[in-house]
Design a protein around this ligand. Structure first.
Ligand code: GLY
Length: 369
């Protein structure tokens, strides 16, 4: 196992461990962060039976007292109602500031638990143990926590950094091929934003990553997390360059909202389509080359990800509705539409005041093409 990746944020710094066998070692890795010796694990009904016993046995071996709260799986759990339930469950258990909360699950459990930990007693320390490839390379690192409201996804939340992240690669064995592809979309995004060499590595190694070859998976996860770490260190609160991590996401959030946030279109699938679209749009604007756009699209298709709006799960899409959803995206500042655009593979920048008319005609072409 390689050395942990350090997220350097002064007093909020922490390590991200990536590798096999971390769940069995979780107790010893977590113990230094559990000042009271008591740990509250939060998980969901799918993940708890699979990985709860290994985690709790490890906590017990390290002499940590522990209890587990198990929530329903799925995006609907990221709600105010579940946030209240979780906060009150922790309070009724007599949680105190020196206790530690552990999120064992995918992005839903991680986001909700991180927010509850940030709110209860005005802030309890927590640890992320992400159990999907997507949450390992994205949401478990960087401290973004949130719940969804009828007004949109992730609009109520806070930045509350974890004290430790354990990205256990053995859990990938139980993921579906579809979930692997979803995580892969966020991995490849790192290369597209700022590391052309990593994108070339992805082109050569996509099959090995999706086949879960341990060395390739560990390299992909570690590189994507290390890339995100440098951006979060430079701009923890997204005043500037952290927005680059949203490459493809303005399209993606609109596609997800249009499709209705169910299993028809998963987040990673929407991100893949968003990446292909943003490269095509940038090429049409003359900002990046058509060759780069073609190459990105070909790579995502090669990974088994859809890039064509006409056949993307959730189709048919409506261009006007997509544009309205894009304009309502929370990255839109004072009515202006902000897009992260690529100059080339490995060079993204934030483009404020994107032109809605050219976006609309671009979307129409891609839907009717
Ligand atoms: N998922 C993007 C970020 O953490 O900033």
């Amino acid at each position: 196992m390689s050395n942990p990746i350090r997220i350097d944020l002064g007093p909020r710094s922490y390590d991200v461990h990536v590798g096999s066998g971390l769940l069995a070692r979780a107790g010893e890795l977590i113990a230094p962060h559990a000042r009271s010796g008591r740990v509250f694990v939060i998980s969901d009904e799918n993940v708890a039976p699979l990985y709860g016993p290994t985690l709790t046995a490890s906590l017990a071996r390290a002499g940590l007292r522990h209890s587990m709260t198990v929530l329903a799986p799925g995006e609907a759990t990221k709600s105010f109602a579940q946030l209240e339930y979780l906060c009150r469950t922790l309070l009724r258990s007599g949680i105190v500031r020196g206790d530690l909360v552990v999120a064992l699950g995918g992005g839903v459990i991680g986001d909700l638990t991180g927010l509850a930990a940030g709110l209860v007693m005005r802030g309890i320390d927590y640890v992320q143990i992400p159990t999907t490839l997507l949450s390992q390379v994205d949401s478990s690192v960087g401290g973004k926590t949130a719940v969804d409201t009828p007004e949109g996804k992730n609009l109520v939340g806070m930045i509350h950094q974890p004290r430790l992240v354990l990205a256990e690669t053995d859990v990938l064995a139980t993921l579906s091929a579809r979930e692997m592809r979803c995580g892969y979309a966020e991995i490849v995004k790192a290369g597209l934003i700022g590391d052309a060499d990593f994108f070339h590595w992805c082109e050569a190694n996509v099959a090995r990553v999706l086949a879960r070859e341990p060395e390739a998976v560990a390299h992909a996860i570690t590189t994507a997390i290390a890339f995100k770490a440098r951006i979060v260190e430079a701009d923890e609160r997204e005043a500037g360059q952290r927005a680059l991590l949203n490459l493809g996401h303005t399209f993606a959030h609109a596609l997800e909202a249009h499709a209705g946030y169910d299993d028809a279109l998963l987040h990673g699938e929407a991100v893949a389509a968003g990446l292909a679209l943003v490269f095509s749009h940038a090429a049409q604007l003359g900002v990046c080359s058509h060759n780069d756009a073609i190459r990105v699209r070909a790579h995502l298709e090669n990974a088994g990800l859809h890039t064509d709006l006409r056949t993307l799960p959730g189709a048919p899409y409506d261009a006007e509705k997509l544009l309205a959803l894009m304009a309502g995206d929370k990255k839109a500042e004072a009515g202006a539409l902000t897009l992260v655009l690529p100059r080339s593979i490995g060079q993204a920048f934030v483009h404020k005041n994107a032109d809605p008319a050219s976006l609309l005609s671009f979307l129409k072409e891609n839907i009717a093409e």
